[in-house]
Write a protein that binds this ligand. Structure first.
Ligand SMILES: Nc1ncnc2c1ncn2[C@@H]1O[C@H](COP(=O)(O)OP(=O)(O)O)[C@@H](O)[C@H]1O
Ligand SMILES: [Mg+2]
Length: 247
């Protein structure tokens, strides 16, 4: 079954959309439109009754909702209908608390669960919370913004890769069609996220002849005869729109 992306002009490049219950990676530099893309994807599903969940690991959900309210996606209405859910799983601790502890002679490494409380949450912890949301609300479409935010909970690169691979393997069992956001700037760089995902889409944001260009490219899409060209992307009142092929 194909799941419509909600992005004008994209589904026709993907034989009708994304294959359901798979895990995809959406990669690109800051400001390239990743959040917009994913909120459009969730809003499209929510509008036809499929519950969508946006897991935010860096930005506060309120900021995302405010920004996305500029578009005609009915984000606020869909949230009130509980068809669109936002969860904040980012670092929780406010400034001040740690300083207070230090004043009392208590150091970070003496605290139980200290990484989960004031550093980036681990992939395993994030997965647990996601799984309970999915079960409770019957989530069908899932977005995680971003995997870059949970990758660095270990300093050891091989451990990071192992943890990410395990995280993605577990996500595949949740029964959701999932988009992982990654803050990547090089589409050809190796990462376990690209390997482990069923499909990879890249959003480009680059300077060309003194003009900022936005473009989209489908890098990989298993089981799909897809377009591979660089295509121009624009913003309308509905969010991102895929336009003509770039030469
Ligand atoms: N109407 C609009 N409202 C908000 N952002 C817009 C609008 N039109 C274009 N943009 C662009 O969208 C960018 C933000 O996109 P976003 O999806 O947050 O990117 P990313 O998640 O990749 O960082 C802004 O930097 C801005 O250039
Ligand atoms: Mg973003």
């Amino acid at each position: 079954m194909r799941i419509k992306t909600g992005i004008d002009g994209l589904d026709e490049l993907l034989q009708g959309g994304l294959l359901s219950e798979r895990v995809y990676l959406l990669s690109g530099p800051p400001g390239s439109g990743k959040t917009t893309f994913c909120v459009q994807y969730l809003a499209q599903g929510a509008a036809i009754g499929e519950v969508g969940l946006y897991i935010s690991l860096v930005e506060s959900p309120q900021n995302i909702i405010d920004d996305m309210s500029n578009y005609t996606l009915n984000v606020v209405t869909l949230i009130k209908m509980q068809k669109l859910l936002f969860a904040d799983l980012g670092p929780r601790m406010d400034y001040g608390f740690i300083d207070e502890l230090n004043e009392h002679g208590i150091h970070d490494n003496e605290m139980i669960n200290s990484p989960a409380d004031h550093g980036a949450p681990s992939p395993a912890l994030v997965y647990k919370e996601i799984a309970s949301y999915v079960a409770e609300y019957g989530v069908k479409r899932l977005v995680i913004d971003s995997v870059s935010a949970i990758r660095f909970t270990s300093k050891d690169l091989s451990l990071q890769e192992k943890e990410m691979s395990r995280f993605i393997r577990n996500l595949k069992k949740l029964g959701c069609t999932t988009i992982l956001i990654s803050e990547m700037t090089d589409p050809s760089a190796y990462s376990i996220e690209q390997f482990a995902s069923h499909g990879v889409i890249f959003l480009h944001n680059f300077l060309y002849d003194k003009t900022m260009m936005r473009a989209i490219q489908i890098i990989k899409m298993r089981g799909t005869n897809h377009d591979c060209n660089l295509r121009s992307v624009g913003f309308t009142e509905k969010g991102l729109t895929v336009r003509e092929m770039l030469k």
